[in-house]
Design a protein around this ligand. Structure first.
Ligand code: ATP
Length: 383
């Protein structure tokens, strides 16, 4: 296995820029997700790593080798376009063996690798079966088998779970991550589904309109979003945003929103009079009778262990609070709102960028960054 290094990668289709100045490293053995909405440039990035698309400028390194202009077949990478693209006239064994037969490997070696892959994927009993009668999950396992027998330096997967229904996607999400942990293979997965990325990845690159807006561990991008776009894209229900205007001085720990003074993490910069956004996740919104930030309850959504309460503030902003299921609130109630100060993010409204605050030192962000290192260290010890 090897690390993948992407440097200042740029792709234009005529006058349209699909990928703009992307720079990131997928570490050896890392599970890396490219996440973003449709059309943001994820697949184009993956195709440039695979060698299926040439960059307009920039470089791709596989290990120490610059492979930017090498053909796909000359790169030691397995690319899974669509997990379900199996050869219908071949059985499971023949499908998995196909890339090795194409390489002309000796029959004994092919059998050894196919049996090993089937054991890893727990489909040994299916090797003699026709692929046409398989369930979608087993078809996906066979497609994965065809990728892993090659023993490539890295795996690239484009929306590997996209064709599955929601319930089964969750199961395969866990399986894909477990498979990765067994193989310790450098893996890049493209997905538009933030839940999928959050549950599988060591590191997520969140793309918007061809640009990577943030790179980080799941916990880091959730706890400390670098932009309004990331804050809104990650998490469900999404982060709440309260607009306000102010000039703020470095070190200040409260902001005035309407009639209320709202506590925030200490600011690390002076901010001239401008339009700003106060961002707070639903689980950090609480009801407090003595708060000057008043709101009316518009509705509640019972979720068993919690409930999502939608409120409209006196300033006309709609917020969602995730509170205990037994919190006694009902439509039409008037409530005061309090936020966990340490969990508030402040953004510049015009640029969408986060303002620098003491949240940068949040221990959870550092924990998230260190999580991959701990996992790989543990993997090395157990391997
Ligand atoms: P999706 O999940 O919808 O595929 P994506 O994030 O993977 O989204 P890309 O497929 O990378 O997005 O496409 C990025 C943009 O580049 C899109 O607007 C797409 O229309 C455009 N694009 C991709 N390939 C080409 C091409 N060969 N010629 C022209 N435009 C292209």
């Amino acid at each position: 296995m090897a690390q993948i290094r992407v440097q200042h990668l740029h792709k234009a289709f005529a006058a349209f820029t699909a990928v703009q100045d992307s720079t990131f490293t997928v570490r050896d053995g890392e599970f890396f997700c490219l996440l973003g909405p449709s059309g943001c440039g994820k697949t184009t990035t993956l195709r440039m790593i695979a060698g299926l698309e040439l960059p307009t400028s920039g470089q791709v390194f596989l290990g120490d080798e610059d492979v930017s202009f090498k053909r796909a077949s000359a790169r030691d990478i397995a690319f899974c376009f669509q997990m379900f693209a199996l050869y219908p006239h071949m059985n499971v064994r023949q499908n998995i063996a196909f890339p090795l037969v194409s390489q002309g490997l000796p029959k004994a070696e092919i059998n050894r690798r196919v049996n090993e892959a089937a054991t890893t994927l727990r489909i040994t009993g299916l090797l003699g079966s026709s692929v046409s009668g398989l369930s979608s999950g087993d078809r996906q396992r066979v497609a994965l088998g065809r990728a892993i027998v090659r023993q490539p330096m890295a795996f690239l997967m484009d929306e590997p779970l996209g064709a599955l229904d929601a319930e089964f996607r969750e199961v395969m999400c866990n399986e894909l991550r477990a498979l990765h942990d067994r193989l310790q293979a450098t893996t890049v997965v493209v997905t538009h589904d933030q839940t999928e990325a959050m549950s599988m990845a060591d590191t997520i690159a969140i793309m918007n309109r061809g640009v990577i807006e943030q790179l980080g561990a799941p916990m880091e991008v959730y706890e400390r979003p670098a932009s309004v776009f990331v804050a809104d894209f990650i998490g469900s229900p999404a982060m709440n945003f309260l607009p306000f205007e102010a000039a703020l001085s470095r070190g200040c720990e409260t902001v005035q929103i309407g009639l209320a003074r709202v506590a925030v993490p200490a600011l690390r910069q002076d901010v001239p009079q401008s339009a700003l956004l106060c961002g707070v996740r639903p689980e950090h919104v609480h009801f407090a009778d003595d708060s000057a930030l008043r709101a009316e309850v518009l509705g509640t959504e019972y979720l068993g262990t919690s409930q999502i309460v939608t409120v409209a503030t006196a300033l006309g902003t709609t917020l969602r609070a995730k509170v205990d299921a037994d919190s006694p609130v009902a439509r039409g109630d008037h409530v005061g709102l309090r936020f966990d100060a340490s969990a508030v993010s402040l953004f510049d409204h015009a640029s969408g960028r986060v303002l620098q605050t003491a949240r940068d030192d949040h221990p959870l962000a550092a924990w998230g960054r260190a999580a991959f290192d701990r996992r790989t260290e543990a993997g090395a010890r157990h391997g």
